[in-house]
Design a protein around this ligand. Structure first.
Ligand SMILES: [Zn+2]
Length: 305
């Protein structure tokens, strides 16, 4: 119901605006982002979603980056150690936070969409660290874990899943297969290096060829500086038959948080986006460091309806 009008716009070759950063926007609003703040500071999360919707986003992504059982369990030596020293609710905490995060996005849509079609994308990423393809689990293991997370996101009310900051073709394929298993539309964002290739050394053409049989609706590049994303978008545009998109980050990674820089204020970001549209991008948004003002600037590029 909410995704249909957006898919139709993609099929007509029209622009679709994705939201901007959420994790770094939480930081910018002076809140740390431990535990995703889904249960402890729901009003902050809901307000960020609402601001992106009012800025013109057609798709808002949930605050669920790396919100998985694996991410919680990785802090322990093994299951015995986790039972010995871990908090008692770790078995179902990811599931509970995923559902709460989707609910916040739905509440924001109810409050701010004002009759406009806004789709909610369940955001997921690599199972291990997003810049380390060498750590990826086996495809069978990945597909099983993705299926569990995606089923929860779908059940909670997501209209699609956004599989983002993916660093290898194998993990992308496992996630897309899992989305197909669950029966929910999916978009896939790859993190490009400075040559526009995946961190695994694979090319965008290889990614397109491997995913084409599973028919993801949009392939994108994200979570790299604008110039690296532009290189990746160029590669993707040459290989891809379906819709493509881009949502770069702005600033510097300052583990575990973010260093904001003023290199790309909203006006400059919009000027870059004109170039991205020329390269074929039809989905535009922002990754780490972008704000509702950046998304409002992108929304100005949309043809008046
Ligand atoms: Zn990012």
């Amino acid at each position: 119901m909410n995704y249909g009008p957006i898919k139709a716009r993609l099929d007509r070759g029209e622009l679709v605006i994705l939201d901007g950063a959420i994790g770094t926007e939480i930081l910018r609003r002076d809140v740390t982002w431990a535990d995703h703040q889904v249960l402890s500071r729901p009003t902050v999360i809901r307000a960020i979603h609402e601001d992106y919707i009012r800025a013109g986003a057609d798709v808002v992504s949930t605050n669920t980056f790396q919100l998985t059982r694996r991410a919680l369990f990785n802090h322990f030596r093994d299951e015995t150690h986790r039972r010995q020293i871990g908090a008692p609710d770790l078995d179902d905490r990811a599931d509970r936070l995923l559902r709460a995060a989707v609910e916040l996005a739905i509440e924001a849509r109810n409050a701010a969409a004002d009759g406009r079609a806004v789709a909610i994308a369940g955001a997921i990423t690599t199972l291990e660290w997003c810049f380390r393809p060498d750590l990826a689990p086996t495809p069978e293991q990945a597909r099983a874990e993705y299926r569990e997370t995606i089923a929860t996101l779908a059940e909670a009310g997501c209209d699609l899943v956004l599989i983002e900051t993916v660093n290898s073709v194998g993990e992308a394929r496992a996630a897309v297969e899992a989305a197909n298993d669950v029966g929910i539309p999916c978009w896939v964002g790859f993190v490009p290096d400075e040559r526009g290739e995946l961190f695994s050394g694979e090319t965008m053409a290889q990614a397109e060829a491997a995913l084409a049989p599973f028919d993801p609706d949009v392939l994108l590049v994200n979570c790299a500086p604008p110039e690296d994303c532009r290189a990746g978008l160029g590669e993707l545009g040459e290989a891809r038959r379906g819709p493509i998109g881009i949502y770069p980050h702005i600033g510097r990674f300052d583990p575990p948080e973010w260093l904001f820089t003023d290199e790309y204020p909203p006006n400059r970001y919009r000027r870059e986006a004109v170039d991205w549209i020329e390269l074929g991008a039809r989905v535009l948004g922002g990754c780490c460091g972008t704000t509702p003002e950046h998304i409002a600037a992108l929304a100005e590029l949309r043809a008046p309806s």
